[in-house]
Ligand binder design. Structure first.
Ligand SMILES: [Zn+2]
Length: 402
């Protein structure tokens, strides 16, 4: 459609359908908005999708084009509620705000979108999209996919695990864009992962492939929330690492919390206030509560470690070691090109990473396994959001039937 206000037609392709949208006559007062609609969401390389990243503490939404550029974005805190409708209303509001940020608010016709991709904490019924996120108590068997489809004019909606969205984001436009075989791991409130094999997202039978948090890395290790014993998550998650440190006698220091968070000790960059909750330091904690009292969380632990606290250093070393052991097994199992690690500890600097790499080198014996690159997540601020969009925008590699 032309910016001069003439009537035009453009075509949008989604994973399952081709929709032709005919724009009406453009009036003077709506020219800018409708022009953005045509140019932002038109055919070919300009088509765009809505993306939603749902974590335990925040919602992030974006309008993402086929190159991975985020045209508009919004964030909302996750409501502290047990009312599923309040939580859902916050998600819809966040999506509308992202559309508005992209200049597509108000009278926007959702049919012009390629679709809506969602990354959400698990567990969930996949591919039908009924979600029961551990960290969102208001949603139990909540029909997220169906409700979003209703709310956004019957556009295509795909819902997958947030760690899977992270893996897809890494592969689509991130560190793994040149990798055919990729494992993306996030170490945060929990430990999750997603798997790209032969250039495509690998789902497994139930959509749970790549769920590396429950790799057994120490058969004599602690019990896990999953019911197993010695899982990676039971040892290396943010809360379990902090709990281990507290058991050993560590206490957060007021001067070491808050601003002295992981970014001060060798951050790989990225905006801690954005991106996947499970992939971000925000899920590990902020280091201080509103009154400035020190909080025993991942931030405070990383700050203590950077300041030389022996127990804190041992805790991060223990977590990094466990992740390295798990990655070595994955390298041998999947014959990977690349493994990426996201989450608060992945940005905490050399203590975690030195332990991770040492453990990986110790346990990856086969030459092909040793050759796997292990790197921090590329652009944690946006990678999960882009991945959710890629479910829709790159269906040949990342979409699924269901
Ligand atoms: Zn487990």
């Amino acid at each position: 459609m032309a910016a001069d206000g003439s009537t035009g037609t453009y075509t949008v392709t989604s994973s399952t359908e081709r929709v032709t949208v005919t724009a009406g006559p453009v009036t003077t007062t709506t020219t800018t908005k409708v022009t953005m609609t045509a140019e932002g969401l038109g055919a070919g390389r300009h088509r765009a999708a809505l993306a939603l990243d749902i974590g335990g503490t925040k919602l992030a939404a974006g309008v993402v084009d086929a190159t991975g550029s985020v045209l508009g974005r919004a964030r909302r805190p996750m409501p502290k509620t047990l009312d599923p409708e309040v939580t859902f209303a916050a998600a819809v509001d966040c999506l509308h705000a992202a559309l508005g940020d992209a200049g597509l608010g108000g009278r926007y016709d959702y049919a012009g979108l390629a679709g809506l991709g969602v990354g959400c904490g698990g567990p969930m019924q996949w591919p039908s999209g009924e979600v029961s996120p551990l960290n969102i108590p208001s949603w139990r068997d909540f029909p997220l996919r169906a409700r979003l489809r209703d709310a956004f004019g019957e556009i295509g909606v795909l819902v997958h695990n947030d760690a899977v969205a992270l893996a897809v984001g890494e592969h689509w436009t991130g560190t793994g864009r040149d990798a055919r075989n990729l494992l993306a791991v996030t170490v945060s409130t929990g430990v999750g992962g997603g798997l790209i094999l032969d250039g495509r997202l690998y789902h497994g039978r139930s959509g749970n492939a790549g769920h590396v948090g429950h790799l057994v890395v120490d058969p004599a290790g602690p019990d896990c929330v999953c019911g197993g014993v010695g899982c990676l998550e039971a040892i290396a998650s943010g809360p379990r690492t902090v709990a281990w440190a507290l058991d050993e006698g560590w206490r957060p220091e007021p001067a070491a919390s808050g601003s002295a968070a992981p970014s001060a000790s060798g951050s790989t960059g990225g905006d801690p206030s954005a991106g996947s909750d499970s992939a971000q330091a925000g899920a590990v904690g902020s280091g201080a509560d509103r009154d400035g009292e020190p909080v025993a969380d991942g931030y405070a632990l990383a700050a203590s470690a950077a300041a030389g606290d022996k127990i804190a250093r041992a805790a991060l070393t223990r977590a990094g070691d466990a992740v390295g052991v798990g990655l070595a097994s994955c390298a041998a199992t999947f014959d990977l090109d690349l493994a990426t690690v996201a989450g608060g500890f992945s940005q905490s600097g050399p203590i975690f990473w030195d332990a991770l790499r040492a453990a990986f080198d110790r346990h990856a014996g086969m030459e092909f396994a040793r050759a796997v690159r292990v790197e921090p997540s590329s652009a944690p601020a946006d990678v999960a959001l882009r991945g959710a969009a890629a479910f829709i925008l790159a269906p040949d590699r990342y979409a699924w039937v269901g």
